[in-house]
Design a protein around this ligand. Sequence first.
Ligand code: C2E
Ligand code: MG
Ligand code: MG
Ligand code: MG
Length: 274
Amino acid sequence: QAKSLENRNYFIFDWELREKLEQKTMIAKYLLSALEREEFVLHYQPQINAVTGKMVGLEALIRWNHPEKGLIGPGTFIAAVEEAGLMIQLTDWVIREVCRQLCEWRKLGMPLLRTSINISNSWFYNRNLIENLLSVLEHYGLDTEVLEFEITESTALLEEHYPLLQQMRDHGIIVSIDDFGTKYSSLNYLKHFPVNKIKIDRTFITGIGISSIDETIIKSIVYVASQLGYDLIAEGVETAEQLEFLVNHDCPHIQGFYFSPPLPAEEILNRMAS
Ligand code: C2E
Ligand code: MG
Ligand code: MG
Ligand code: MG
């Protein structure tokens, strides 16, 4: 009696697992073919000097140009890419595409703008990472200084990545911490972590003029960054009031809809040309 129940449970479990696995395999195949058919595109969001209003850099943000559904944002597929084990491949594609684009803009006589790329934790397990990176840059005739890597605080906490990050920095690649202040409030890792730049998360910027706690946190981040010699940028700046607060409290750079949403490469070219 007990035995057959056990078998039955096992059978149910197995069946559900199989269905999940099949679903996952299907999604993985779908994403892989999207990669192979080059259905992904990058949009670029300007990063601005808060005082002069000058464009000083770009952030590359991925979209899936789905043949039927149109443009799909990363929020809906990034986790699936990770689950499908395709994040290394996708990130490699993003890096190559950014380099290709920068090379194209340069050929058109445009200034080279440093472009940041969102790097997920799993990419650090890529073999020969530095060698591959340098050879892509060399292929497009670009200096390492044109790239910035945005990592999250969860990656920053993994000490096993420090030697690689240090190597990247030694090669002149800028490393920044994305969504700063959202995951781990401990500032301890900043003591040991080879970082150049901090991106203040949008959730704090939203509180400007509304929450004195958010305003205090922003002021504290500005202080810490300047004392430790990090560059700083505020993400998700949407209003003139937010911009004014950030300028008044010495946040040097901003990014957000107030200045520009992420734009297709052609529109960035128009902005650079004007
Ligand atoms: P993130 O790196 O923090 O990027 C900022 C997100 O905020 C972008 O959303 C951007 O469009 C949006 N944003 C910018 N300014 C404003 C603003 O003023 N107001 C508001 N409400 N939103 C603003 P997006 O493009 O949907 O990207 C979402 C997230 O997906 C990114 O967050 C990043 O974590 C991830 N992601 C995007 N591209 C890539 C990629 O190539 N690789 C990886 N691994 N992740 C990516
Ligand atoms: Mg980012
Ligand atoms: Mg962010
Ligand atoms: Mg974010």
